[in-house]
Design a protein around this ligand. Structure first.
Ligand code: COA
Length: 250
C-alpha cells in the first residue's frame, strides 16, 4: 500500500478514516491495518480529535481482510514483517473516544466485526453484512464470538457466524447492530453529523459514559483467544482450499 489506501482527515473535532481501495472493494491489507491502528492510537492523545468516523470510498464499505494476504500466510510466504491486524483490533477495543461508522455499501468479515466496537452505526438500506469465517475455514475474530451473540442473541449470531447468512440494512437495525438504515446517499452525512454532535459533548463525561458501557479487558482476552485459533486455522487444509478457490476465481 500506500498511505492513500486509508485517507485520514480531521474537521470539526472528528477524525475521518476512509477506506480508499475501491478497486479491490476496500479489502484491508496489513499496511492498511497499520495505518488505521496508528491513526486511532494517535487520536487518543489528540485533543482536537473528539470522535472517529469510519467511512469508505466506492460501492463497498470493505470486503474484509485481503485474501491475498491470508493466502500468503497460509502458504508461508508472508515473511517476517510485523502484522498489524491485532493492533487495529486492540485500538478499536480500547478506544476511549466514540467510534462512528458510515456503512454505505456491503461489508464482509472484519468490516462487520469492527462495527460491534463502534458506538453508532448508520447503514444503507441495501448494504449487506456477512461474516463468512466458517466458509473460509477459519473462526470468528475481533471478539465477535462474544460481541455478536451479546448484541443479537445466539440464534441470530449463529446464523451469521455459522451459516454465513447476511444481515441487510433494516435487518442490522433490528438486530441491534446499527442505529438507522437510510438511503445510501444519506448515510455518510448522517454519520458525520452524529460524530460532530458527539465532538461537541463534554469530552470527559462522554469518555466515562463509554467506559461504563464497555469492558475492553474482557473483549481483548476473547480477541486474543480467537486470534490464536484463527492463526492455527489459517494453516488448515480447509482455509488453504478456500483461499485458493477465491484466487482461482479471479
Ligand atoms: N481480498 C482481496 N481482494 C479482494 C477481496 C478480498 N477480501 N474482495 C474483493 N477483492 C478484489 C477481487 O479479487 C477483484 O480484484 P480483481 O479485479 O483484480 O480481480 C476486485 O476486488 C473486485 O472484486 P469482485 O470479486 O470482482 O467483485 P464482486 O462484486 O463480484 O464481489 C465480493 C465482491 C466482496 C462479494 C467478492 O469479491 C468476495 O467474496 N470477496 C471476498 C470477501 C471475503 O471473503 N473476505 C474475507 C472475510 S474474512
Amino acid at each position: 500500500m500506500t498511505q492513500d489506501h486509508i485517507l485520514a482527515t480531521r474537521a470539526a473535532g472528528v477524525l475521518e478514516l476512509r477506506f480508499n481501495r475501491p478497486e479491490k472493494k476496500n479489502a484491508i491489507t496489513n499496511a492498511m491495518y497499520g495505518a488505521l491502528a496508528d491513526a486511532i492510537e494517535a487520536a487518543g492523545a489528540d485533543a482536537e480529535a473528539r470522535a472517529i468516523l469510519f467511512t469508505a470510498a466506492g460501492d463497498f464499505f470493505t470486503a474484509g481482510n485481503d485474501i491475498v494476504d491470508f493466502a500468503a500466510i497460509a502458504t508461508g510466504q508472508a515473511g517476517d514483517a510485523p502484522r498489524h491486524v491485532g493492533r487495529f483490533m486492540e485500538a478499536c477495543i480500547r478506544a476511549e473516544k466514540p467510534l462512528v461508522a458510515a456503512v454505505r455499501g456491503h461489508a464482509v468479515g472484519i468490516g462487520v466485526t469492527m462495527l460491534l466496537h463502534c458506538d453508532l452505526v448508520y447503514i444503507a438500506e441495501g448494504a449487506k453484512l456477512t461474516t463468512p469465517f466458517v466458509d473460509l475455514g477459519v473462526v470468528p475474530e475481533n471478539a465477535s464470538s462474544l460481541t455478536m451473540p451479546a448484541r443479537m442473541g445466539h440464534a441470530r449470531a449463529f446464523a451469521m457466524l455459522g451459516l454465513g447468512e447476511p444481515l441487510v440494512g433494516a435487518g442490522a437495525v433490528a438486530a441491534g447492530l446499527a442505529n438507522a438504515a437510510l438511503p445510501a446517499a444519506e448515510v455518510e452525512p448522517r454519520a458525520r453529523a452524529a460524530a460532530q454532535a458527539l465532538a461537541k459533548k463534554p469530552a470527559e463525561a462522554l469518555r466515562l459514559t463509554k467506559k461504563l458501557m464497555r469492558n475492553p479487558d474482557v473483549l481483548s482476552a476473547r480477541m486474543q483467544e480467537e486470534s490464536a485459533l484463527f492463526a492455527e486455522r489459517l494453516q488448515s487444509g480447509e482455509a488453504r482450499a478456500a483461499f485458493a478457490a477465491f484466487l482461482q476465481r479471479r
